[in-house]
Each structure stands twice: as structure tokens, then as C-alpha cells.
Design a protein around this ligand. Structure first.
Ligand code: PHE
Length: 340
């Protein structure tokens, strides 16, 4: 057996030394070291050896394997190096070729729309506040007058990080977060843009989307201030001939509450596919801030009133640009993004 092992070593090393390319070396590895290779074959016969011989032969077999492996490694790196040199001598570089132009990126359509909306509100004297996306129950629900177990929480069936901590389901937490820091300061005029998360996923809903919260607190703020402000904003956003329509709705943190529609941008109110023949498109929720919400965050509802609204940014982008599938905004397909 000792002889057999020695002759395997000699044969293998000889073959390796004359191999002239990588695939040959690989074949040699299989022939000697592979599962059905010669060395493996010899080792199968070890059982027939005496207990004294076994460790001696075992050690020799290991040495043989190691020396073959070492030789293969070395040969391979020599061959690789040779291949690289050969390739370099084949290739020539034309240093006079002009460089390739850089593709300059541009803002994402959502960023364009967000910036535009921020600009409009800055022009109206609002300040911008950014609040956390990972939010605690208190600001997402409790301080907005959603008691624990209130069924209105179901509409926002959400992503919890741990008990009492979740990905915010709307930007309305901006209201209590800013109010409790600034109370009793008036007039408070704030917008809070950012990402929000809900368990929704189809052509018009994504589990992550953007909202802009907005609210005002001052003496004598009325529902007509809300309506007037929204009309100005909608006209700056979509054009001076837009109309808005308010429909009664419910939110725990506003009373009264409304859903706000804008007259359809495609058909100008006549009715078409985009507006499902109604002539109107829903773009935001709004209302007068509930006295409980004011009170919990340090304002006296006997002294001041306020309005609030939450605008869907994807919605606005889709309407402005006639995008019919919201998911296009998140696919990162350059053919789509290059159009804005
Ligand atoms: N937060 C509400 C939503 O996401 C929208 C809203 C904001 C409604 C402010 C009223 C006032 O549906």
C-alpha cells in the first residue's frame, strides 16, 4: 500500500508538471483526488490493514494528498498569471477615444411633487416639521383621540415593531408632537411631510406611501378657513380652474370631518375613466381639530380652534402626471423615471 501511495504521488506530480491549461489541471484533480479518484480508492482498502499499520499509512496518505493539492494550487496560479499576460498582450487600448458621457440623475417625481407642495405652503406662512416614522402608540393614536380598542384603528391595520411601537399609519402624529412642544403659542401653522405605512397593496395602494399633514391653530379659526386654504392650495397645485368639494366623513381627531375631492383633472368634471364617471377625485382628509386633541397637547379649546388635513402625495403625483398605477412610482425603472 505504501508503494501504491508513493506511485500515486509520483504520477500525479508528473502529470501536473506537464499540464498546459487550467482544465487539464482540473481533470488531474478529479483523477487523483476525486470521489472515485485513485487516492480515494486506495484509502478504501485501509480496513484490511493491521491496527499498527493503519495510522502510519493514514499519515502517509494525508501527506500524499497535501503534496498533490499544493502542487495543483501552484500550477493553477502559474497558469492563471500566464493567461492574464496573454490577454493583456492581445488587447490594445485606444487612448484617443472620447470618454463616455455620465448620465446625470434627476429628482424622483414624488420628490418633485413634495417640493412643489412644500413651496406652496411655505408661501402661505407654514413651517415644516419632520416627525418620526417609527412612532409610539401615543402619538399615532392615543393623543389623536383614538382610545385603545377603538374600531377606527382597524382601518389602519398596521406594522408593529413591538407592543406600543409601530410604523406610523399617517402623518397626523405631527399634530400632538408639535403642539405639545409649542403650546400655547399661536398662530401655529405647520406642515409635516413624510412616509407612512399601511397593510395595503394594489394598483392604487402601496404599503408605504407619503402624506403631508397640515394644521393651523389660532383664535377664531373656522371651517371656512379650512375650505379657503385648501382651495388656494389645490388651485396652485392643479390649476386655477379647479373646484373642490367637501363630503362629510369621520376621523376621531377632527370634528366635523370631511373628505376633500378635486374636480377631475382629465375630464374637467364631465366624467371619465379616471374619476369613475363622477367628475371628482378624492385627494385628502380634513376637519376641525377635535377639542380633546387640543386639550391633550396643551391648548385650551375655549381659547383657540384649529383645522387639520392630510394629503396623499402619490395621489397628487398620479393626478398631475396621469400615472395609472401607483406601483410605477416605486419600481425604479429608468424608462419611467426619465419622463419627469
Ligand atoms: N390622517 C388621516 C388619514 O390618514 C387624514 C386626516 C388628516 C384627516 C388630518 C383629518 C385631518 O386618513
Amino acid at each position: 500500500m505504501r508503494q501504491k501511495l508513493e506511485s500515486i504521488r509520483n504520477d500525479a506530480l508528473k502529470e501536473i508538471s506537464v499540464a498546459s491549461d487550467l482544465s487539464q489541471v482540473n481533470d488531474i484533480r478529479v483523477k487523483f483526488l476525486g470521489k472515485k479518484g485513485e487516492l480515494t480508492n486506495v484509502l478504501r482498502g485501509m480496513g484490511a490493514l493491521s491496527a499498527d499499520e493503519r495510522p502510519v499509512i493514514g499519515q502517509l496518505a494525508n501527506e500524499v494528498r497535501e503534496s498533490i493539492e499544493r502542487e495543483i494550487e501552484q500550477k493553477m496560479s502559474v497558469l492563471r498569471e500566464a493567461e492574464k499576460l496573454a490577454q493583456l498582450s492581445r488587447e490594445t487600448i485606444d487612448v484617443t477615444l472620447p470618454g463616455r458621457p455620465f448620465q446625470i440623475g434627476k429628482r424622483h417625481p414624488l420628490t418633485v411633487v413634495l417640493d412643489e407642495i412644500k413651496e406652496i405652503f411655505l408661501g402661505l406662512g407654514f413651517e415644516i416639521a419632520e416627525t418620526p416614522e417609527v412612532e409610539v402608540d401615543y402619538y399615532n393614536f392615543e393623543a389623536l383621540n383614538f382610545p385603545a380598542d377603538h374600531p377606527a384603528r382597524d382601518m389602519q391595520d398596521s406594522f408593529y415593531i413591538s407592543p406600543g411601537v409601530l410604523l406610523r399609519t399617517h402623518t397626523s402624529g405631527t399634530q400632538p408632537r408639535v403642539m405639545e412642544k409649542r403650546a400655547p403659542y399661536i398662530p401655529l401653522k405647520v406642515i409635516g411631510p413624510g412616509r407612512v405605512y399601511r397593510r395595503d397593496d394594489d394598483a392604487t395602494h402601496s404599503p408605504m406611501f407619503h402624506q403631508i399633514e397640515g394644521f393651523i391653530i389660532d383664535k377664531n379659526i373656522s371651517f371656512s378657513d379650512l375650505k379657503g386654504t385648501l382651495l388656494v392650495v389645490v388651485r396652485q397645485m392643479f390649476g386655477e380652474d379647479r373646484q373642490i368639494r367637501l363630503r362629510p366623513s369621520f376621523f376621531p381627531f377632527t370634528e366635523p370631518s370631511a373628505e376633500v375631492d378635486v374636480s377631475c383633472i382629465m375630464c374637467n368634471g364631465a366624467g371619465c375613466r379616471v374619476c369613475s364617471n363622477t367628475g371628482w377625485l378624492e385627494i385628502l382628509g380634513a376637519g376641525m381639530i377635535h377639542p380633546n386633541v387640543l386639550k391633550m397637547s396643551g391648548y385650551d379649546p375655549e381659547e383657540v380652534t384649529g383645522f387639520a388635513f392630510g394629503l396623499g402625495v402619490e395621489r397628487v403625483a398620479m393626478l398631475k402626471y396621469g400615472i395609472d398605477d401607483l406601483r410605477l412610482l416605486f419600481d425604479n425603472d429608468k424608462r419611467f423615471l426619465a419622463q419627469f
